[in-house]
Design a binder for this molecule. Structure first.
Ligand SMILES: Cc1cc2nc3c(=O)[nH]c(=O)nc-3n(C[C@H](O)[C@H](O)[C@H](O)COP(=O)(O)O)c2cc1C
Ligand code: SF4
Length: 571
């Protein structure tokens, strides 16, 4: 018998119908979770998606109930005015712990497959090289080390063959959502006629390169643009040829002033060496169909808004408008930049394309793990001895990344938590240090996903309430304000987190924070982009995985309980 029901006999008020419904709802949700069911028939099991991650079960607003009589969180039976946990809340706790039971892999079994660096072959990085030897790779150095050979090979291939190779290699986007790149390319409508005919009719097609990199803790694209910009440019040239795209715009975040300079210089070199421009794409090189193909490439600097990293906000910003995400559909592949078919890809995604063309899809699949093939740039920051960007196989356990690549935890402290891959993904808890960094991390460890694979590591001294307040402040500041749940919810969450950190909150504030955090961005059709969802995951996972810290900072919400029996009974 559940605790709530058992208490009913002796308690006149305080355990109402609502608490029982909530409890049962929580239990049902927990059962579904354990069974791995995706059925959302009850309304509080929802799908929350950021790029096709599939179903997630979650216990929503009906299964809350802090402040009603239940088990004392400290172990005993409830007293008046003490912080108590309802049956529903316990079910939620069980739901989360059952989810983490699907974990795979352990660092003991981890064997790296990446023998030589792919993306960082010209950027010395640990464990393959000494970062002190880094320098900007010029066009001449790039070519003398095998650069632009993949472009020559691509030009001799039928464009569709390149798309197929990228599809077969199962390259997934490195910008955060992990969407399959070849599939995205194949969503474009077929290009009609020759390029010359299309340009004459104004039927342009675009590539937008997402170099906004504004997710907090993420600095991996920066490494490529800092030192080896031609790798990205070669990927751009191949993508444009394969997808029949006429113009490429690199949208770089405003703060990347130095990187903008380096990339602009590389673009100039590429124009001079006949990669881009009217005489471009290695002018005179034989293409598959004998027809010349040319590509224009430009750099566009953003003005420092996080939301402009969202792909449709990026397009709006490129068009000279306020960076507001667009309602989809239509999707950019059909109606993108200036209303024309557009592909949007991350810098690192495009940097993978030359090696796939050069060595083939099967070679690419020798790295990483099933479902997450290839290598990945992982930027580690926070409480580690040697933060930095490392190229690793996808699937490397976080503990290996920290202990072997970053020289361990700073000052020999213990691991407490880590933001999985950008704040939007949420946190990994203390017992999730061995989480494999692959695209299944969301499903297996109750975070939003791999995101940018740039973890921020926290040691045992970290105040998780302060972390939550800081993240809430970020989302409140960056919400573009178009959608009410995001605009109002993010401000509200920040207020609640500040109140909890200051010690002025009550249990009902924590309850409210969870309710907002659980619902914001999760209800289909109420928000336009993934920012609200990111805010939701970030706050919800911190509160749920470090609940005791939050509980210890709030004052109990007083729930009067009228006793009918015993010494406290009236009359
Ligand atoms: C709020 C928000 C911010 C984003 N910021 C970035 C970013 O800075 N860089 C990036 O590549 N993708 C970012 N994305 C993801 C992009 O919308 C898009 O999925 C990605 O650029 C696609 O490239 P890919 O398929 O190569 O990963 C962001 C998404 C959201 C919702
Ligand atoms: S979810 Fe938030 S950031 Fe995204 S469009 Fe709506 S208000 Fe703007």
């Amino acid at each position: 018998m559940c605790i709530v029901q058992r208490r009913r006999g002796g308690v006149k008020r305080g355990v109402g119908k609502r608490a029982k419904v909530a409890h049962e709802g929580g239990e049902r949700a927990a059962n579904r979770e354990t069974a791995g069911s995706s059925a959302g028939a009850e309304g509080w099991v929802r799908s929350v998606g950021w790029g096709g991650r599939g179903w997630r079960c979650d216990v929503g607003r009906r299964a809350r109930g802090w402040g009603v009589v239940g088990r004392d969180v400290s172990g005993g039976w409830p007293n008046r005015g003490r912080l108590v946990e309802s049956g529903a809340r316990r079910c939620m706790r069980r739901a989360f712990s059952s989810r983490t039971s699907t974990r795979r892999s352990s660092p003991m079994t981890w064997q790296p497959k990446l023998a030589t660096p792919v993306l960082t072959q010209r950027i010395p990085s640990k464990p393959f090289g000494n970062p002190d030897d880094r320098h900007v790779v010029s066009y001449d150095e790039y070519v003398s080390t095998g650069g632009y050979e993949a472009l020559r090979k691509a030009l001799s291939m039928e464009p569709g063959e390149i798309v197929t190779a990228v599809k077969d290699g199962q390259l997934r986007g490195r910008g955060g959502a992990g969407f399959p790149t070849g599939l995205k390319w194949s969503f474009l409508p077929p290009a009609e006629g020759t390029q010359a005919e299309r340009l004459e009719q104004g039927k342009l097609r675009y590539l937008a390169i997402n170099a906004d990199e504004s997710e907090p803790g993420t600095f991996k694209d920066r490494l490529l643009m800092d030192y080896d910009p031609h790798l990205m440019l070669e990927g751009i040239a191949i993508c444009c040829y394969a997808c029949r795209l006429d113009k490429a715009y690199i949208y770089i975040r405003g703060e990347y002033y130095h990187q903008a300079h380096v990339v602009e210089n590389a673009i100039r070199e590429a124009y001079e060496r006949r990669i881009f421009g009217g005489e471009g794409l290695l002018s005179g090189a034989a293409t598959h169909d004998g027809q010349p193909f040319k590509v224009e490439c430009h750099l566009h600097r953003g003005a420092g808004a996080y939301i402009c990293g969202e792909e449709t906000a990026l397009l709006e910003s490129l068009e000279g408008k306020r960076g507001w995400p667009r309602i989809k559909p239509p999707f950019p592949a059909v109606k993108g930049l200036f209303g024309k078919p557009t592909v949007i890809n991350n810098v690192e995604t495009l940097a993978h394309v030359p090696s796939i063309v050069e060595h083939g899809a099967e070679w690419f699949k020798t790295m990483g793990v099933e479902g997450s093939f290839g290598s990945k740039l992982m930027g580690v920051s926070g409480h580690v001895n040697e933060p930095g960007v490392f190229e690793c196989d996808l699937g490397v356990p976080l503990s290996t990344l920290v202990n072997e690549y970053c020289g361990g935890m700073r000052h020999g402290k213990k691991f407490k938590a880590a933001i999985a891959g950008g704040v939007s993904t949420g946190v990994l808890g203390t017992d999730e240090f061995d989480a494999p960094m692959d695209f299944d991390i969301g499903r297996n460890f109750n975070v939003l996903g791999l995101g940018t694979a740039c973890p921020t590591v926290f040691d045992e001294d970290t105040d998780m309430v302060a972390v939550a307040r800081n993240i809430a402040r970020f989302f409140k500041h960056e919400s573009c304000g178009q959608c009410t749940p995001c605009r109002e919810g993010s401000g509200w969450l920040y207020q609640l987190m500040t109140r909890i950190e200051d010690g002025n909150a009550k249990t009902r504030d924590l309850d409210l924070a969870l309710e907002i955090g659980t619902s914001m961005g999760a209800m289909p059709g109420t928000t336009i982009c993934g920012l609200a969802d990111g805010n939701n995951w970030a706050l919800r996972t911190i509160i749920n995985k470090f609940r005791e810290e939050f509980e210890s900072r709030v004052k109990p919400t007083f729930v009067p309980v009228e006793m009918t029996v015993g010494a406290g009974a009236k009359g």
